[in-house]
Ligand binder design. Sequence first.
Ligand code: NAD
Length: 378
Amino acid sequence: MDKLSRRDFNSTLAKGTGAAALMSISPLACAMGTPKTKKKLGVALVGLGSYSTYQLAPALRDTEHCYLAGIVTGTPNKEQIWANKYGIPKENIYNYQNFDDIVKNESIDIVYVVLPNSMHADFSIRAAKAGKHVICEKPMAMNVEECDTIIKACKQNKVKLGIGYRLHSEPYTQEIKRFVREKTFGNINYISADAGYRSMSNPEQWRLNKKLSGGGALMNMGVYAIQSVIYGTGENPISVSAQEYSTRPDYFKGTDETITAQFEFKSGVVGSIMTSHNIRANRLFASCEQGWFELDPASTYIPLAGRTSNGKLNFPQESQQKLQMDDFAKHILFNQPNKAPGEMGKRDMIIVEAIYKSIVEGGEKVDLNFSTNYGFGG
Ligand code: NAD
């Protein structure tokens, strides 16, 4: 942080004057969207559930290029609690109905959509129309068609779009990408990725309600496994075959419990994933011509860990969310690469849809035809 210490900054913010005091905004830049001279971009979190409360908002205390400037909530009693805790001025607090008024609020640059999946497209598009840059949580939307509408809205309104794929900013994941890029262990022959947990809580939760989630384990944890096999090979798959397993049908009434899928890649790599709401798993493993590499855990936001045939990996631990949001802010402010663009979220949704299609067709192979490689994402 430049002239103010972080403690000074937070206490100034708590008095509700920090944002205005810190920003020097050129009128021309204001007229064109994000002011070019802003030191820190203002983020508004939409949806103050568990991820916003315990991960994103705390991380935004430490980010260097953005800060928590506003909130959008459907729960009135959260307004004052968050205002007090994070020094959010009244004029930066919205509900789902008056959210579109955010267009007039120059202290909000980025809208971060952290709602149930069925609400991602609506709020991302409304944010884009309000001229705000958008971070949309994973999975990007309910289906590929919705992904297209979000991407189109962001393009039309000339705002940036990022997906909440925090791992692309995380050091262990970046090291895996380096192994792939530099062929540290030679060509990869086989990659597998598992992502799941055992869901025991309220069966009425939105994640188990298809209308709100779009699907079960695959939509929630499966996208991590899909991501892993792609950045772990540096390739998009050319086909997928999939199977679904159900052992607790009374609990998982309308959404998938466990799914396995096998991928083919153009280079000849064979890939395999397992995702579940009933089995704990969190791993990426690649067998290569001259060794192997592994992350376990591979996608949690508690510290990741990894090993290779050459020994243990060891990187300093930092909040993944802090790194991710700073990377997105740097994309806006300094034109640095967008590590998780909307097209990447759409690609994963194409794969999700292909997996569901294969299951419906009794495990038949479904061809995939990607012309762009979003495997590294900058
Ligand atoms: P959550 O259930 O804890 O919070 C959901 C929020 O949405 C709550 O504030 C709730 O009040 C609000 N909401 C509005 N309408 C709702 C409705 N009809 N039903 C239920 N809640 C409603 O969920 P979460 O864990 O914070 O997840 C939110 C989003 O963030 C999801 O898309 C999820 O996939 C994503 N997420 C991403 C990560 C990650 O690591 N990138 C981690 C957790 C969650």
